[in-house]
Design a protein around this ligand. Sequence first.
Ligand code: TK8
Length: 335
Amino acid sequence: MKLFNKSLLAALVFLGAAAAAHAANYQPHIIRFGYGLAEDSNQGRAAKFFADDLAKRTGGKLRMKGFANASLGSDIQMQNALIGGAQEMMVGSTATLVGIVGDFGVYDLPFVFRNEKEADTILDGPFGQALLNKLQEKGLVGLVYWENGFRNLTNSKHPIAKMEDLQGIKLRVMQNPVYIDMFKGFGANPIPLSFSELFTALETRTVDGQENPVTTIQSSKFYEVQKYLSLTKHVYSPWIVLVSKKWWEALNADERKAVQESAAAARDFERKDSRALSEKAIEFLKQKGMQVTVVSDKEIERMQETTRQAMFKFASDGHTSLVKELQSDLEKLRK
Ligand code: TK8
């Protein structure tokens, strides 16, 4: 009897201690928002805005924390973590989503959008929304598009003023067939690689070059390992704010509304910030020692001609009506 009491007491003491430890460690559930760029970047600033805005909107009930520098994984790893429910949210390139919903490759077709305004109208309109809707059955919820921006080329070999200058250049591209086809067409040697491995690959000269908006070339310090910048603006590249569908379904209607509204407010903030930064970035990169080549309109036209092949390949791969739809939406806009 005595023995029994003793062990019961010991068990009670143990349970009490465990409960106290639990209480001390307990934190309201944190929404993990992962992204690939540095904290000091357009992505990082918008992530912070998003977290602050969401906290305000929900009176501190929904608490989000940004994880920079792909510390939760590369774009593709995070997409899968969201699908599995191991992570709540992320922002990343639409281009890396093509393994999940192939239609997203439509945004990677070269020289589609002429300016940011066209991109905003298409992305925020019915066309962009229809693509977001396709993510649901794959276990993801797409909330809004942020701006990554018009992509430009950098490399460590020589200035690129015309397509032929790309001959033999080992160029990192995103893991996406449209990019591979496009740069093969230009005569480069495209190497698909995740963004999180890119700086090291450039530094060790595993690859000669890469392509990204000037804002990213600045915030990721590519100017430290790349000498030549060519302003090609070959693709307007969106970012997409993604949510784990598993997690989304556990939220109530008010919470979903708050997350959706905050994501949109952060989008407006991010686009403004990116565009302001973009204007100053080229000057900054020059000061850091980059040699900037403005590619002539005539050369851009030649590049555009060459990319018809990549366009055609994407369209004939089951995307004819999608490409037509985008083209007709753009024509309407341009009237
Ligand atoms: C950041 C990437 C990046 C993209 C790339 O995770 O991979 O080159 O432009 O923004 O999504």
